[in-house]
Design a protein around this ligand. Sequence first.
Ligand code: CP
Length: 302
Amino acid sequence: MKNKSLISINDYSKEDYLKILDLAEEFENNSVQKILEGKVVATLFFEPSTRTRLSFESAVNKLGGKVIGFTDAASSSVQKGETLKDTIMTVANYSDLIVMRHPIEGSARYASEVSKVPVVNAGDGANQHPTQTLLDLYSIKKTQGKLENLNIFIVGDLKYGRTVHSLLIAMSHFNPTFNFISPDFLKMPDEYKLFLDEKGIKYYEHSDFTKYIDQADIVYMTRVQKERFSDPIEYEKVKNVYILKNKMLENTKENMRILHPLPRVNEINEDVDANPKAYYFQQAENGVYTRQAIIASILGLK
Ligand code: CP
């Protein structure tokens, strides 16, 4: 992992995931360790973010490093027409690691090819969000005590939701059963279903959310990604199709946990928040420890 960009969850092996999770646990037990002194991490966010950017920045601060960057490309020379290549080649002169979120699929890979320092993909369009996946794995392992043989329900926008695409690939190493619940328009793309077929992993597609929820170990809720729709009428049709309410959890397994990469809009009622099965805010906290582990691994810091 040392000096290696993290662009797709496929860039890391199962063993790499497990090493990151072990290291994240160490950071959770002792999160303030000044191993990043003298190092600079650039956070370049061409799209909005709360959790990813701030948890990366919190991670760097806790490790004693410094953060530079922008939260809005309009405040950078991109506004004057500077290309992504020139932006990355410049920022690579100022930093030891670049964390980038960009709306265009493949942009993070391209950035890693022109950068002299490692690049971490903080989300590229509807493609991938690998650091979210590592914190999701950490959250699943922490709550279930294992990653193997779990029944994982993924609900909502399976077409545009980049977190579910990365999660599906990563969990495929651990013999899951997937249940995909979405409106027809937002079904899991065929390429991911083919991937599961090739790996011999079981998956089921439903439109009825509540019918099988009692079998779930993890219910992974997602937001309908309004910003990816070209037709606002299509968004209006599907935006509130699945809303998780507290009363729907009555017959679910005791140890079932609800995850959501956040932000949520309407898809989880606030009456779920006080239920001990709701885990999404702890999941967001786990982002700090997991990102500390990712930074330390890529920069080769002990
Ligand atoms: N989960 C996630 O990517 O959240 P943000 O968009 O707030 O970074």
